[in-house]
Design a protein around this ligand. Structure first.
Ligand code: SF4
Length: 288
């Protein structure tokens, strides 16, 4: 996936975001892989993964990799330590938090989230009662397009109030396909975001992959990642589904360890291979 591809998608998806995209890509190449960009790209390019049910067609490349997924995770945990989510795990709160920063990152979202809680509140009735300019002012600390993000929060609050009586979790019961469709009806949420919400909310132990770090697992198991984001996401899901038990704890541990590894060491551009705790087992490193 290239920055040019992302820009095209963003232009199609949001006129407001498009005005900012060239600045983002020019200033910080890694931003092309931030979660919010990825969600837009995924929305445009993928027919979506509908389930994490164990896949029998794990690629031969993964099967022949130098390291098992579990061994990899153990090495990452030894290096980074046990990980905890730095984001709210309750579905409604996550949707709000997700729009508190842009480009989305734990740090950016946390800044906007903190201000929003202090100055406006995050409950649906509080967001609906607030002046959009006041919400935008609170979100400004989280980065770009605070006005658009304020508008999105109003939309989220309205839907949660009108369709779920103010309790989104109550609407996330029933068949997985229907629950997924519900989540994807919210702005900025495609399959990777839905997977993440369902996993961390304890609704379904999906093989969620950090949407801006899918490359890390692919590089280790197979070598350089391809250009097709959705294919890479699926491949990473297959590797997790085939190598990590289908429990909430195991799948959350996997998600969080891959996330920190992708953010701190196996960066999309300029990975810090010399410092990497798994370089001796990494197919990408071996091919350099
Ligand atoms: S050796 Fe490099 S490419 Fe491989 S996992 Fe480590 S940082 Fe990523």
């Amino acid at each position: 996936m290239t920055a040019r591809t992302c820009c095209k998608v963003l232009r199609a998806g949001s006129g407001v975001l498009a005005r900012y995209s060239s600045t983002v890509f020019a200033g910080a190449p890694d931003f092309i892989a931030t979660d919010l960009f990825v969600e837009f790209v995924w929305s445009e390019t993928s027919d979506g993964l509908r389930s994490n049910a164990t896949h029998s067609n794990i690629s031969s490349a993964v099967a022949q990799s130098r390291i098992s997924v579990l061994d990899l995770l153990n090495r990452l945990e030894k290096f980074y330590g046990p990980q905890e989510p730095a984001f709210p795990v309750e579905p409604y709160e996550f949707l709000v938090w997700w729009h508190c920063g842009y480009p989305a990152s734990d740090a950016a979202c946390e800044k906007g989230w903190k201000n929003l809680k202090q100055q406006v509140g995050i409950e649906p009735h509080q967001l609906l009662a607030a002046n959009p300019a006041k919400i935008a002012a609170a979100l400004k600390a989280g980065g770009m397009v605070p006005e658009l993000r304020a508008q999105r929060l109003k939309e989220i609050a309205m839907r949660v109030k009108d369709e779920f009586g103010g309790d989104l979790r109550s609407g996330l019961a029933g068949p997985l396909a229907r629950v997924r469709k519900t989540l994807k009806g919210f702005p900025g949420i495609a399959d990777p975001g839905a997977d993440r919400i369902l996993l961390f909310a304890g609704i379904a132990p999906l093989a969620a992959v950090p949407s801006n770090c899918t490359h890390a697992l692919i590089r280790i198991l197979q070598g350089p990642e391809g250009e097709n984001y959705s294919a890479g996401y699926r491949e990473a899901q297959r590797a997790i589904a085939g190598g990590v038990s289908e429990t909430f704890d195991a799948r959350m541990r996997t998600y969080l360890l891959l996330k920190i590894h992708g953010q701190q060491t196996c960066k999309r551009t300029n990975p810090k291979c010399e410092e990497c705790p798994v370089k001796s087992k990494c197919a990408f490193f071996a091919e350099r």
